[in-house]
Design a protein around this ligand. Structure first.
Ligand code: NDP
Length: 286
């Protein structure tokens, strides 16, 4: 069997077109959705992510700015930058590019963002709302995975979904979103005993581990849906996922590639959340 490839780029383009209609409507009524990204330091990978986010906003006619702060920025200066953006009426979505330099407390900084502008969905208020199934801002990567599954016509209800990884930004919100859609969910971590036993039982397998080619064909159920969230560099410096694409595609029914899978969806959902934030804030002001 060769798996069908879920093309993240094509789905992302389709989803962006849908959100552009909503953005255009807001713009026509006098509100241009605005996003601000704060980046601290000079991490090259972070700079690429930020540039891609700003570019995606521009493509949809959104206003966006990025605030660059030096690597030795104090916590007070960073919190001050967040507060300025909280009070800026042109900005509807704020995100702080992670990871932050070690001397800065990411949790404290995220909690300083106005939850109504927290388009990454990391503020405790929005995390709590995700638990109750009511968040306006589902975190972008798992949200993108859910949209991918939906657009591919994959039924989630009653399926056994196995999420490998429990980070606050991917694994945990992913599991909650799948649960919300009535999947039976298993979460695996580095402490899981006999990981392959669990992954082999998955109808839908989500890999969010951060280890190149970690999930191999023998760990996957025939015909299952395998979603690769990982972004890693292999020994040759090539971008690869957490899933060993060559062996898994021979077993799975569906598979996402890296690059061109979940990555384009993440940025798309960030833009979607920014448009939604602008809709909510402008409705409140009218
Ligand atoms: P983290 O490092 O925060 O979390 C990794 C998770 O994997 C942890 O929960 C860890 O378990 C688990 N893990 C590690 N080793 C094993 C193992 N041997 N068996 C089972 N579980 C294991 O990573 P993130 O969640 O932030 O990111 C995961 C991957 O997704 C990375 O490659 C990252 O680059 C990528 N990513 C991609 C995005 C995209 O847009 N496509 C967006 C965000 C991330 P434990 O908790 O026990 O340590």
């Amino acid at each position: 069997m060769t798996a069908l490839i879920i093309d993240g780029k094509t789905i992302a383009a389709e989803v962006r077109a849908e959100w552009k209609v909503r953005a255009d409507h807001l713009i026509a009524h006098g509100t241009t959705p605005g996003m601000a990204v704060i980046i601290v330091g000079n991490d090259p990978a972070s700079k690429v992510y930020v540039a891609n986010k700003v570019k995606a906003c521009a493509e949809l006619g959104l206003y966006s700015i990025h605030v660059e702060l030096a690597a030795d920025t104090t916590e007070a200066a960073l919190l001050d930058a967040v507060e300025r953006l909280n009070n800026d009426p042109k900005i509807h979505g704020i995100l702080v590019q992670l990871p932050l330099p070690r001397h800065l407390d990411a949790h404290k900084v995220i909690e300083a963002i106005n939850p109504d502008k927290d388009v990454d969905g990391f503020h405790e208020k929005n995390v709590g709302a995700l638990v109750t199934g009511q968040t306006p801002f589902p975190s972008c990567t798992p949200y993108g995975v859910m949209v991918m599954l939906e657009k591919t016509g994959i039924n989630i209800e009653g399926k056994h979904a196995v999420v490998v990884g429990r980070s606050n930004i991917v694994g945990k919100p992913m599991a909650l979103m799948l649960l919300q859609k009535n999947a039976t969910v298993t979460i695996c971590t580095s402490k899981t005993v006999d990981l392959a036993k669990h992954t082999r039982d998955a109808d839908i397998l989500i890999a969010a581990v951060g280890r190149a080619n970690f999930i191999t064909g023998d760990m996957v159920k025939p015909g299952s849906v395998v979603i690769d969230v990982g972004i890693n560099r292999n020994a040759e410096g090539k971008l690869v996922g957490d899933v060993d694409f060559a062996s898994v595609k021979e077993v799975a029914g569906y598979i996402t590639p890296v690059p061109g899978g979940v990555g384009p969806m993440t940025i798309t959902m960030l833009v979607a959340n920014t448009v939604r934030a602008a809709e909510r804030l402008s409705a409140r002001n009218t």
